[in-house]
Design a protein around this ligand. Structure first.
Ligand SMILES: Nc1nc(=O)c2c([nH]1)NC[C@@H]1CN(c3ccc(C(=O)N[C@@H](CCC(=O)O)C(=O)O)cc3)C=[N+]21
Length: 291
């Protein structure tokens, strides 16, 4: 038995199309397009590629993309002033400051300076708190995209055993909160976890987000489990996930590939969050059940 390959690229294309159908009525009601501001500091090659594809996807969905490219040696005050200007700009519904920032900048201070109601990345502590307490806010794009794929595979997730490998603020922690909200029994594993293979073997759902190439072995996977691989590791042999794909696909029920799995979902959900933000800010109703 070989696992179903979860086509994140196709799911993301469908989601972007559903977003685009709601952008048109939004524009008619609000008199403007939803706007996403993306701030890139420095010239990191991978970040430049991501920012370019975010801008393209934003425009293709009928939204406005405001791109701010700043030199790597910019100071904290200048970056904070840009965030303040974007907070005050009525045409901007979403603000994304591409991470990581150069080491001399305080990323946490920048995240906390973003208006939580424009924080379409869902990284502001107010949004983390809203997620943890079940209040409406913004959920980080990558874990929300993973949840969409999981719902597509399983329908309901209630009662399933889930393990999240990784405890970052960006993926692991919000992923665990979302799975808990879906009534999964959630284990969060990390670098100090004892007997990781045993934790993974017990899980119906495995979300791998540690950034270690092929850490999760096929022999650890429970037969029929669903495996979501968030890892994007650049190696000499190309892009590799946190899961040994060939080993895991032989035992899993369903698995995301890298690339073409979670990555494209991240950008589609960013557009989703921007549309939702625009609707909330302008008092235009958005059908979130389609998104
Ligand atoms: N404030 C902030 N928000 C982010 O959401 C954010 C960020 N900073 N910094 C960098 C990471 C990374 N990220 C990805 C987005 C799309 C793909 C993606 O589309 N990947 C494709 C192509 C992969 C490739 O070829 O490079 C795939 O997996 O199929 C991957 C990774 C968003 N990030």
């Amino acid at each position: 038995m070989s696992a179903t390959i979860i086509d994140g690229k196709a799911y993301a294309a469908g989601l972007r199309a559903r977003i685009a159908t709601q952008v048109e009525p939004f524009k008619a009601a609000a008199g403007r397009a939803p706007g996403l501001a993306v701030v890139l500091v420095g010239e990191d090659a991978a970040s430049s590629v991501y920012v370019r594809s975010k801008g393209r996807a934003t425009r293709e969905a009928g939204m406005e993309s405001f791109e701010h490219r700043l030199s790597a040696d910019i100071d904290q005050a200048t970056l904070m002033a840009l965030v303040a200007a974007l907070n005050a700009d009525p045409a901007v519904d979403g603000i994304l400051v591409q991470l990581p920032l150069p080491a001399h900048l305080d990323a946490q201070a920048v995240i906390q300076a973003i208006d939580p109601d424009k924080d379409v990345d869902g990284f502001h502590p107010v949004n983390a708190g809203r997620l943890a307490t079940g209040l409406p806010g913004f959920v980080p794009c990558t874990p929300l995209g993973c949840l969409m794929l999981l719902r597509d595979v399983h329908g309901t997730l209630a009662g399933l055993d889930a393990v999240v490998v990784g405890r970052s603020n960006i993926v692991g922690k919000p992923m665990a909160q979302l799975l808990l909200q879906e009534s999964c029994t959630v284990t969060i594993a990390h670098s100090r976890t004892r007997d990781l293979p045993a934790k993974v073997r017990a899980a119906d759902i495995v979300v791998a987000a540690v950034g270690i190439p092929k850490l999760i072995e096929g022999g650890w996977i429970k037969p029929g489990a669903t495996v979501i691989d968030v890892g994007i590791n650049r190696t000499e042999t190309g892009l590799v996930g946190d899961v040994d794909f060939e080993g895991a696909r032989a035992v899993a029920g369903a698995i995301t590939p890298v690339p073409g799995g979670v990555g494209p979902m991240t950008i589609a959900v960013l557009l989703r969050n921007t549309l939702v933000s625009a609707g909330r800010r302008m008092g235009v109703s958005i059908d979130e059940t389609l998104l």
